[in-house]
Design a protein around this ligand. Structure first.
Ligand code: SAM
Length: 279
């Protein structure tokens, strides 16, 4: 029995189901249920919300989410070895946990949930950025989710919350901050995980804004940002020259000097440039 529910401690669950961590699946488990409940609380009030969790593994965070009152948790796990352990959690919380045995890159589980929807996950690092970019670029804004509370390698977390003027600032910061509020909610050392990964981690919370901070066509903005940061050391007149024959005039219209570099440009000006490039 653990402090947050009547289920066995995670070490016993892992031993009983033979869940030795597989590196290829990015398996670094959280075994401290007080910590997983704290991560669940970092997502805000879960009562009345549907939660999507990617990669529940043996279910530490899943139990935290359910103990913290999530209305329903949909957990997507690729590793079939974890299913029996997750079934025991579903039994302890009747009707509140659905487990989908699938690759999170192959399914779109958000469509099956009822708003308000929160995404909370200790993501496998090999697919974390890809999933984040998908969630941040839905066909329409606001997205179906209210917030994303996600574990990343600390270096990726720093890129998501970065401001102009440093090496961490780039496409991820712009994607996350143009139409959402992004902040680091918690920092975790490698020892918080079993087995410990090589790097430190951080939980990032991203709250969707009802509308973008500044208007811009998402596809044009994405093209500008990709070109600007694709050659981040170059001056913008060089890195962006392929986007328009009169690029210097468009830069001037957006209030950007042609000699500026991508790293210095705030999101507001990238949006102005996207507008200046939109027919
Ligand atoms: N949530 C658990 C915890 O906090 O202890 C496990 C986190 S572990 C970092 C990542 C989990 O994602 C593993 O259980 C792994 O099997 C699962 N996983 C890896 N790739 C996946 C994918 N493409 N789709 C769904 N689950 C995946």
């Amino acid at each position: 029995m653990s402090a947050i529910d009547d289920l066995p401690p995670l070490r016993e669950v892992i031993a009983a189901h033979g869940l030795t961590a597989k590196k290829a699946l990015g398996q670094n488990f959280l075994l401290d249920l007080n910590l997983t409940a704290k991560i669940a609380r970092a997502a805000g009030d879960l009562t009345g919300a549907d939660v999507l969790e990617i990669g529940p593994g043996p279910g530490g965070l899943t139990r935290g989410l359910l103990a913290e009152g999530a209305r329903h948790v949909l957990a997507v796990e690729k590793d079939t070895r974890c299913l029996a352990a997750l079934a025991e959690i579903a039994e302890a919380y009747p009707g509140r946990l659905t487990v989908l045995n699938a690759d999170a890159l192959e399914v779109d589980p958000l469509a099956h949930l009822t708003p308000p929807i929160k995404v909370v996950a200790n993501l496998p690092y090999n697919v974390g950025t890809e999933l984040l970019v998908r969630w941040l670029t839905p066909p329409a804004w606001p997205p179906v989710w209210d917030s994303l509370t996600l574990m990343f390698q600390r270096e990726v977390a720093e890129r998501i919350v970065a401001h102009p003027g440093g090496k961490a600032y780039g496409r991820l910061a712009i994607l996350a901050q143009w139409r959402a509020e992004a902040g680091i909610a918690m920092r975790l050392p490698p020892e918080a995980f079993t087995p410990p990964p090589k790097v430190a981690s951080a939980v990032v919370r991203i709250d969707a804004l009802p509308a973008p901070r500044w208007p811009a066509d998402p596809a044009v903005l994405e093209r500008v940002v990709a070109a600007a940061f694709g050659q981040r050391r170059k001056m913008l007149r060089a890195s962006l020259k392929g986007l328009a024959s009169d690029m210097e005039e468009r830069l001037a219209a957006a209030g950007i000097a042609p000699t500026d570099r991508a790293e210095q440009i705030p999101i507001e000006k990238f949006c102005a440039l996207a507008r200046a490039l939109t027919p």
